[in-house]
Every structure is written in structure tokens, then in C-alpha cells.
Design a protein around this ligand. Structure first.
Ligand code: SAM
Ligand code: DTB
Ligand code: SF4
Length: 333
């Protein structure tokens, strides 16, 4: 099936699936060249692009809730929720609607504008989709934007979610195609692109980003950003996650990324995806406030807000409010 999503890849030939269109806006080399800029020059360019497209002092606040935790069939090497890894996490069933709505109301009361519900599924089974659709309807009725991340979708499932009024679907590419097989073996990079195609075709907004700090090279980080930037249309929302190392996952013990390299990744995402919301995502709990401020300077304009991500800690909401106040930044609420 033809999708409205297109993409590029490095070292591809016309016969390969990841062929680089001649008119590709961003080649891997041109993205890698941005990474190579002196830090100050890179941040200056990112600020210029940011200010040309957004109010530089406004940050969008999304709150996450794990509506179905653990026991996942996939073997994603970074993820504490995979049944393939022994992280001591207790698997749980899909949450009840009233509990989800209570969490959404609390998120709204704290100032979040988007509520993102995540499930540890390879893909949603038929019996799960209707309860999730009820959650989407209920959260939307509270006056929040809705986002769900449920794994791979069929075209018809994406359409049903769109018909229920879902605003965003999160599905990450996670890493460059060249690096992907080192991290996940149970589904392919192309599976992810197929789901993104179904999401786009259903008329949903796309939230799609990746993880860095998994031991990838700078060129592989450039490959991830190039592929995200060449999705056509570009994702409206781009979460950049710094690996949260969880004991028991294969990636625990990976050499942590140089913090300035993380800031560079945000800046390059901002320059290559000028109109997208770039979200400073997982890994903030492990960053000090100066580093987070550099990420805002580099063009991040969205965060996960609330004391938890899915299964790991996020900065306390009150601490985030204090940080934004100190920086003279405001939320989009
Ligand atoms: N199961 C669905 C899927 O994989 O699409 C949805 C939930 S999954 C947890 C959503 C995203 O969380 C992943 O694509 C990955 O980018 C991110 N993630 C998971 N574990 C992480 C970790 N330890 N550190 C940083 N990001 C992580
Ligand atoms: C995304 O890109 N990051 C979020 C959200 N989308 C679903 C998830 C981060 C998860 C971090 C590890 C955890 O808390 O389990
Ligand atoms: Fe499952 Fe998603 Fe975790 Fe992969 S990232 S193991 S698909 S919950």
C-alpha cells in the first residue's frame, strides 16, 4: 500500500526500500555537518530557527500515563517493560477508565495541555482498542489534547482512533536504520514506517522521535535525525529521549552520552524540523537544571511534565514549575 510518509536512508540504492530521493531535503552528510559545528555556532543557528517559528519562551507540557505496564512481547534493548528482560517490574492489566480519567484531570489541574497514554504492547488486540477509545473520548471531554502510544497499528485501527477524536499518535523510529538491529530484533524499522504511514493516512498528528545514548555513533544520530526530518510531512511532535538506563535491560551500563552531544542533538532536530515541537523527553531526571536550560536554548519547546514517565522517574512537577519561573518561561496552557 502507498503511504503519504516518505523517507530516506544513507548508502541506499534505488532498488532498496530506504532509497534517498534526489530532492531529499536533508542528507545524512548535511545533518552530520550540523553536528560538527562549533557548539556556540550550532546553538546560535538553532535559536534563530526557533525564534523564526515559535515564541522562544513558551514550553508545551505533556503528561504521561502508563495505562498498561510491563510484560511486553518485544525485545527493545532499552525498555524496562519488555518480558525478555528481568528488571523486577510487575506487569499489570489495562487500567480502568475512571482511574485514567482521574489521572488526566489531575494532569490538567497541574497545567498540562496534552495527556499521553502509553501501553506496553507490540500492537493493540481487538479487545483492547474499544476501552482505549473510551479513554480517548473521556480525556478529550476534559479539555485536554490526547495522545496514545500502543505499538504497531493496522490502517483500520488508526482510522478508528482518529474517528474517536484522537489528536496524536506516538510511534518512534527510535534509532537510525543502520543501528536499529542492534537494539530490537522482534520488529523491523520498516514495520515502524508502515505504522507511521497508517497514522498519517488516518489524518492523525504524528509524534515521532527517538532515543540517543544507546551507544550509537554521531553519524548514526545524524541518520536518525535525517530520517525524521525527511518524513513527509514532518512529524508535528518530535520526542528526543536520552536513554534512561534500567538495571536488567541489555543497555544498562552503556557509556552515557556526553551531555553537550545531547544538546547538539536537540539543536540539530530544531534546525532540521523548524516547525515541529521538539520535546526534551526521557532522561530529564538525570540532567541538572543548567543542562535542561541549554536544551531550551537549543530549541526544545515541549517536556514531559509530571512525576513519572511510564515506569521511571521524571522531575517533580513543582520543581519544573520553579525552573520555568526562574527562566522566565511560561507553559502553553
Ligand atoms: N509499546 C509502544 C511502542 O514501543 O511503540 C509504546 C510505549 S514505548 C515505552 C514508547 C517509547 O518509549 C519507545 O519508543 C522509546 O522511545 C521510549 N523508551 C522506552 N524505554 C526507554 C528508556 N529506558 N529510555 C528512554 N526512552 C525509552
Ligand atoms: C517517548 O518518546 N518517550 C516516552 C513516550 N514517548 C511514551 C516514554 C519514555 C519512557 C521512559 C522509560 C520509562 O519510564 O519506562
Ligand atoms: Fe514493548 Fe514499547 Fe517497551 Fe518495546 S518500547 S518493549 S514495544 S513497551
Amino acid at each position: 500500500m502507498e503511504h503519504s510518509i516518505s523517507f530516506i536512508d544513507r548508502k541506499a540504492t534505488a532498488s532498496q526500500q530506504h532509497a534517498i530521493p534526489a530532492d531529499a531535503a536533508w542528507t545524512i552528510d548535511s545533518v552530520a555537518a550540523l553536528f560538527e559545528l562549533p557548539f556556540n555556532d550550532l546553538l546560535f543557528r538553532a535559536q534563530q530557527v526557533h525564534r523564526g517559528n515559535f515564541d522562544a519562551n513558551t514550553v508545551q507540557l505533556s503528561t504521561l500515563l502508563s495505562i498498561k505496564t510491563g510484560g511486553c512481547e518485544e525485545d527493545c534493548g532499552y525498555c524496562p517493560q519488555s518480558a525478555h528482560h528481568d528488571t523486577g517490574l510487575k506487569a499489570s492489566k489495562l487500567m480502568a477508565l475512571d482511574e485514567v480519567l482521574a489521572a488526566a484531570q489531575a494532569a490538567k489541574d497541574h497545567g498540562a495541555t496534552r495527556f499521553c497514554m502509553g501501553a506496553a504492547w507490540r500492537n493493540p488486540k481487538e479487545r483492547h482498542l474499544e476501552p482505549v477509545i473510551e479513554m480517548v473520548r473521556g480525556v478529550k471531554a476534559l479539555g485536554l489534547e490526547t495522545c496514545v502510544t500502543l505499538g504497531m497499528l493496522e490502517a483500520e485501527q488508526a482510522q478508528r482512533l482518529a474517528d474517536a477524536g484522537l489528536d496524536y499518535y506516538n510511534h518512534n523510529l527510535d534509532s537510525a536504520p543502520e543501528f536499529y538491529d542492534k537494539i530490537i530484533t522482534t520488529r523491523t524499522h520498516q514495520d515502524r514506517l508502515d505504522t507511521l504511514g497508517h497514522v498519517r493516512d488516518a489524518g492523525l498528528h504524528v509524534c515521532c522521535g527517538g532515543i540517543v545514548g544507546m551507544g550509537e555513533s554521531r553519524l548514526e544520530r545524524a541518520g536518525l535525525i535525517a530520517q525524521l526530518a525527511n518524513l513527509d510531512p514532518c512529524p508535528e511532535s518530535v520526542p528526543i529521549n536520552n536513554l534512561v538506563q534500567v538495571e536488567g535491560t541489555p543497555l544498562a551500563g552503556t557509556e552515557p552520552l556526553d551531555p553537550f552531544e545531547f544538546v547538539r542533538t536537540i539543536a540539530v532536530a530544531r534546525i532540521t524540523m523548524p516547525k515541529s515541537m521538539v520535546r526534551l523527553s526521557a532522561g530529564r531526571e538525570q540532567m541538572d537544571e543548567a543542562l535542561q536550560s541549554l536544551c531550551f536554548l537549543a530549541g526544545a519547546n515541549s517536556i514531559f511534565y509530571g512525576d513519572r514517565l511510564l515506569t521511571t522517574a521524571n522531575p517533580q512537577a513543582a520543581k519544573d514549575r520553579a525552573l520555568l519561573a526562574r527562566l522566565g518561561m511560561r507553559s502553553d496552557a
